[in-house]
Design a protein around this ligand. Structure first.
Ligand code: ATP
Ligand code: MG
Ligand code: MG
Length: 379
């Protein structure tokens, strides 16, 4: 079969590999980690840095198309590869999503509101910031994920201290909004400009990390339609090629605010592996190969539970991890277990997920709650 290339070796890459392999492709992963989740299932693993010229040349020789599984891959590496092969998403799209300052301006220009914010490049910017932005969140413009590189700040003094802790890197200061709900929309868009949006996902975060996704989101038709429309507009405005996720805040009056986007399949779309005709990872492979998109139709209501490393530890004092009781999960016939093959369990680390399917969302939710209890996941 043909070869597809992947920059990055995490769980998103692992699930991409598996989906691409199901379609008959072979996958070559470029990742510096010797025992990465994706490297372990790839047909070929180039163990080198993302900017390693030799590895990039080898990837280019082997593959007809390349994609990325995390947003912090150097956009320059994508641009370099683009000279000789199909790259999706384009370096320019990834560059927008890599930088919160660029991203927010872009989203706003697409006509969708973002949280009130200020660009912070210096302590002086902070001192001059609108006091209405407090209480706020200071977010490093680049390289954050799972709530890392963020600080909740009550006032300008706390913000200055946080800015200092971050080493004075460019940041955005955002007003902390009262969230009624968080939702996300995953869009798949092909080279031909045809695009499809998955059902809206309702997301619960704990400590800045996604904990639970419920699909379809329990929002009005109107909210679902506006979120979907905004996500499609953003994808179109970027001339995006590949899989894109847009995260939204729903405010108490039903208005929508874009939080951020991810230029790749997203954790809140993992349910699509088990619940949809075509998963978000399958779409990523289809787009790269220039194949038609698959159906995004959801076949059953679904609740996805993230499995963080915390449940590998008996209690807060425990030092050595042990394997959770998977049999207790699998005793529920509607539960699908996905483990990412990470060798070391650490607190806060994404180790796997469970998708619970149901005849109704209520049924899926009640089983999901039982599973959370059995695994010792606390909300
Ligand atoms: P991800 O892993 O999704 O990439 P991240 O580190 O990029 O996370 P954000 O998505 O910016 O972080 O924020 C993480 C979570 O923090 C949000 O999902 C939301 O729960 C909360 N949060 C972020 N910004 C705000 C805000 N302005 N007001 C209220 N809550 C917020
Ligand atoms: Mg993010
Ligand atoms: Mg986020």
């Amino acid at each position: 079969g043909d070869w597809l290339g992947l920059l990055g070796g995490g769980q998103l890459g692992r699930m991409f590999c598996m989906a691409a392999q199901s379609l008959g492709f072979r996958v070559c992963v470029l990742d510096p980690g010797a025992d990465s989740p994706a490297g372990a299932v790839a047909d070929r693993h180039l163990c080198a840095g993302y900017e390693d010229p030799q590895a990039l040349a080898e990837l280019g020789r082997l593959c007809r198309a390349v994609t990325t599984e995390f947003e912090n891959v150097p956009a320059s590496a994508l641009d370099l590869l683009a000279a000789g092969m199909v790259v999706s998403p384009a370096g320019a799209s990834v560059a927008v999503a890599q930088d919160r300052i660029v991203e927010k301006a872009f989203v706003r220009d697409c006509g969708t509101p973002v949280a009130p914010y200020a660009e912070i490049r210096s302590a002086a910017d902070l001192r001059a910031a609108d006091p209405g932005l407090f209480p706020g969140i200071l977010k490093a413009a680049r390289l954050g994920y799972d709530g890392k590189g963020q600080a909740r700040v009550a006032d300008v003094h706390e913000a200055l201290a946080a800015f200092d802790r971050f080493g004075g890197v460019p940041c955005v200061l955002e007003r902390r909004l009262d969230l009624a709900m968080e939702v996300s929309v995953v869009v798949a868009r092909g080279f031909d400009g045809l695009q499809l949006a998955y059902p809206v996902s309702e997301n619960v975060h704990r400590d800045g990390i996604l904990a639970l996704s419920t699909v379809p989101a329990r929002v009005s038709q109107d909210v679902a339609w506006r979120a979907t429309d905004a996500a499609l507009k953003i994808a179109q405005a970027m001339d995006y090629v590949g899989v894109l996720c847009v995260e939204f805040f729903v405010l108490s009056d039903g208005s929508l605010v874009v939080n951020e986007m991810a230029p790749r399949p997203h954790n809140s779309g993992h349910y699509s592996i088990d619940a949809c005709v075509s998963s978000q990872f399958e779409q990523q492979a289809r787009v790269m190969a220039g194949l038609p998109l698959g159906s995004v139709r959801q076949l059953a209501p679904a609740v996805m539970i993230n499995l963080l490393g915390d449940i590998w530890f008996e209690d807060a004092q425990a030092r050595t991890p042990r394997e959770p009781d998977w049999a207790a999960v699998l005793r529920h016939p509607q539960a699908k277990l996905h483990l990412y093959g990470k060798t070391e369990a650490r607190r806060g680390r994404k180790m796997g997920h469970v998708t619970v399917l149901g005849d109704s969302l209520d049924e899926a939710m009640s089983v999901a709650i039982q599973i959370e209890r059995q695994l010792g996941i606390t909300g």
